[in-house]
Design a protein around this ligand. Structure first.
Ligand SMILES: C[S@@+](CC[C@H](N)C(=O)[O-])C[C@H]1O[C@@H](n2cnc3c(N)ncnc32)[C@H](O)[C@@H]1O
Length: 299
């Protein structure tokens, strides 16, 4: 159950898509002068050292951030970047002062950079070692002004259980990232069940779900299932995919080639932001003519 370690995958193309979407939603939701609650059901360790043996062994950053990074370090291309890609790379550059790419942020870090003193952060991670590493990484995670226990919760608990216990949030404005490892087939059904339950309790919440796009029925069926749930609750949705090559049958050994984010109640600005940035990202990360991106949303 605990074989998955995100350190092998940090900064890959799937992280790029997920963290760009997450960053945009956080920046959008924190524009309004009202508190939000950010819930991270499957947090990982919060910060990744790209020189770590696990990252070095897999070399997965090479499929994502390593290919985008020169767009930032070259001043000419940096100034021409579309806004969301610019914000994302700027965010990473703040961790890598001096221009050498050493650290890659995890989702709790990406979100925490937008959160304000009025916001709350609830973070769940089941792997005891990763939870310990997340704890160690807390000083790197700039939770400016949020270091008051009522506003922050870090717990070694099943994220699906943590989500259930925390919706609706007191703030009545909330963003949840659901990012399981999908090591178990069961995770697909658990995601659909968890989001349905969360929408029942808190229909106006924003829920962002990451999943691997694989040539397997459970992966193919998930977006249809999620769209059905969105229609049942009459909420808007957005579904975006990013592929660097032909879709693979599994993601663990051979390497994932495509992934997706399905967002319930997305900001109305998300589709346009992705439409501007994903062409640049997809072109840069492409490994073959099968690479590309899609963006679909409710009408
Ligand atoms: C894909 S990684 C998370 C990456 C992280 N969200 C990010 O973007 O930086 C999935 C994480 O979920 C953890 N995990 C697996 N099952 C879990 C569960 N039921 N509840 C909470 N965490 C779980 C794994 O240990 C792993 O660290």
């Amino acid at each position: 159950m605990f074989s998955y370690r995100h350190a092998f995958h940090a900064g890959n193309h799937a992280d790029v898509l997920k963290h760009m979407v997450l960053l945009h939603i956080c920046q959008y939701m924190t524009q309004k002068d009202k508190p939000i609650t950010y819930i991270d059901t499957h947090a990982g360790v919060g910060m990744y050292h790209l020189s770590n043996p696990m990252a070095q062994k897999s070399g997965e950053a090479e499929t994502g951030i390593n290919k985008l990074w020169p767009l930032w370090t070259n001043k000419g291309s940096r100034d021409a970047l579309p806004p969301l890609l610019h914000s994302y790379l700027k965010h990473i550059s703040e961790l890598n002062k001096g221009g050498k790419l050493k650290l890659y942020p995890g989702s709790p870090y990406v979100a925490s950079q937008s959160l304000r003193e009025i916001d709350r952060l609830k973070v769940f991670e089941l792997h005891p070692t990763d939870m310990r590493l997340l704890d160690d990484n807390l000083p790197h995670i700039n939770l400016s002004g949020t270091a008051d226990n009522k506003r922050i919760l870090f717990k070694t608990v099943d994220g699906f259980v943590g989500l259930k216990a925390n919706v609706p949030p007191a703030s009545r404005r909330g963003l949840t990232l659901i990012d399981p490892s999908f090591e178990m087939k069961d995770d697909y059904n658990k995601v659909a069940k968890a989001v349905k339950d969360a929408l029942t309790r808190f229909p106006s919440g924003t829920y962002a779900i990451w999943y691997p796009v694989l040539a397997r029925p459970e992966s193919r069926n998930l977006p249809t299932q999620l769209e059905r749930i969105a229609n049942e609750f009459n909420v808007n949705w957005l579904h975006t995919t990013l592929a660097i090559d032909e879709v693979a049958p599994t993601h663990l050994q051979l390497g994932l080639k495509s992934s997706a984010m399905f967002v319930f109640n997305p900001p109305y600005t998300l589709a346009a932001a992705l439409n501007e940035s994903l062409p640049v990202v997809a072109k840069r990360l492409a490994d073959s003519e099968h690479a590309g991106f899609t963006i679909a949303q409710s009408s």
